[in-house]
Design a protein around this ligand. Structure first.
Ligand code: S3P
Length: 429
């Protein structure tokens, strides 16, 4: 894919696709609820389709997606059937880690696998606490493929999270639905709480207090869900409008859950001009319209408390840092090495190729703002790395070519089309 330098400001009024985390959870929690759950604004990217297909393979009738709508005919938490084959989670860590929490509670055995990237990502972070709950699950050298042995009696645990991970927390909360007693998850660094909010929307027995989420064995009831726009998708456009002079962009119906707005806080600290207007609730999720205007930005030391709240946005935040005056420092973000790629390595390498002074700090990066020039960068098959360098191309002096961009379809199938409507110049090849 090639991204050409912007010849005019980023402008327009856009809606980004539905939130990926919420779309996964709608399928999962709808499938094991009693009755029908209808979902609007579902993200029909490859990752969420992996979740959808996994539940279809376990006998759940799901209509759609048609125009971002799906209807899930819930089978209740014991209504899933043994899948005929190994469940393929593709590139999706959320599918694998959350699904494992449901599968340990089933009467049948199951196996989970994924693509090359997913099969190198750490899975002991879920298998160990699940085994503490009485589950039987084996990994392949700590990674997928996973084998899960059903028919075990689970009991609730009190678990203090050793790392900040919403996937691990959600996996354990889902397993807690099948356990005797209470499952209590304590977080020192809060992570996204979409599982808790959606559990509450579907009447599952969840309780949330500060830094603690607690679930007991129980059932959910189907309902109607509207998925907010994905702030992680909006992030590429927020940064594009911030760094291209003269830009004014409106992004409508973006999810603004408090545990996801680290990107807005970080960019505002850098001097970005982002205004939130017209907020409303979609179920338990806050949604609002954003107006982003071009503004000169400066480097900052990113507060560590914001790391889990912007965990997926660092690749595009690094592009903003490359365009800022002065240096930006990120620490306490080693988790970035365990995403769809090693995002510290991939970003430092790509930024250096484009003429930016970027340093790998092991648990973060140091970026000295400068002038981006063109070049060829590898996205390492990571959707967020690919889209970040597409935006870099708009701010560069000559075209940027990005390799291995097929991964964009995992989270943002209409990215190129939407970007070209707001005056970016992207050639898919
Ligand atoms: C997600 C949690 C985060 C995030 C991922 C989606 C989720 O992963 O990076 O893209 O939907 O729960 P971790 O739990 O590994 O931090």
């Amino acid at each position: 894919m090639r991204s050409l330098p912007a010849t005019s400001p980023v402008s327009g009024n856009i809606i980004v696709p539905g939130d990926k985390s919420i779309s996964h959870r709608a399928i999962m929690l709808g499938a094991i609820a009693e009755g029908i759950t209808s979902v609007r604004g579902f993200l029909d990217g490859e990752d969420c389709l992996m979740t959808l297909r996994a539940f279809q393979a376990m006998g759940v009738h799901i209509d759609g997606p048609t125009s971002q709508c799906v209807v899930i005919h819930g089978v209740g938490k014991y209504g899933l059937q043994k899948p005929q084959q190994i469940i393929d989670c593709g590139n999706s860590g959320t599918t694998m880690r959350l699904l494992a929490g449901i599968l340990v509670g089933q009467a049948f055995d199951s196996q989970l696998t994924g693509d090359e990237s997913l099969c190198t990502r750490p899975m002991e972070r879920i298998s160990q606490p699940l085994m503490q709950m009485g589950a039987e699950i084996s990994t392949t050298n700590g990674c997928a493929p996973l084998s899960i042995y059903g028919g075990k009696t689970l009991h609730g645990i009190r678990y203090t999270m050793p790392i900040a991970s919403a996937q691990v927390k959600s996996c354990l909360l889902l397993a807690g639905l099948y356990a005797h007693g209470e499952t209590c998850i304590i977080e020192s660094k809060p992570t996204r709480d979409h599982t808790e909010r959606m559990m509450s929307t579907l009447s599952y027995p969840i309780h949330q207090a500060e830094n603690m989420s607690m679930i007991t064995s129980g059932n959910g009831v189907g309902t109607e869900i509207i998925v907010p726009g994905d702030i992680s998708a909006a992030a590429f456009f927020i940064v594009a409008a911030t760094i291209i002079p003269g830009s004014v962009l409106q992004i409508k119906q973006v999810g603004l859950n408090n545990t996801r707005i680290g990107i807005i806080k970080i960019l505002q600290q850098m001097g970005a001009d982002i205004t939130i207007i017209k907020t409303e609730m979609y179920g338990e999720e806050l949604v609002g319209d954003l107006i982003v205007k071009y503004a000169p930005i400066r480097g900052i030391v990113i507060p560590e408390a914001l790391v889990p709240l912007a965990i997926d946005e660092f690749p595009i935040i690094f592009i903003a840092a490359a365009c800022a005056e002065g240096q930006t420092v990120l620490r306490g973000a080693r988790e970035l090495r365990h995403k769809e790629s090693d995002r510290i390595l991939a970003m430092v390498q790509g930024l250096q190729t484009l003429g930016i002074d970027a340093e790998d700090l092991d648990d973060g990066v140091l970026i000295r703002g400068g002038s981006l020039h063109g070049g060829t960068v590898d996205s390492y098959m990571d959707h967020r790395i690919a889209m970040s360098f597409v935006i870099a191309g708009a701010a560069a002096s000559t075209p940027v070519t990005i390799l291995n961009t097929e991964s964009i379809k995992t989270s943002f199938p209409n990215f190129v089309q939407l970007a070209n409507t707001v005056n970016l110049n992207i050639m898919p090849f």
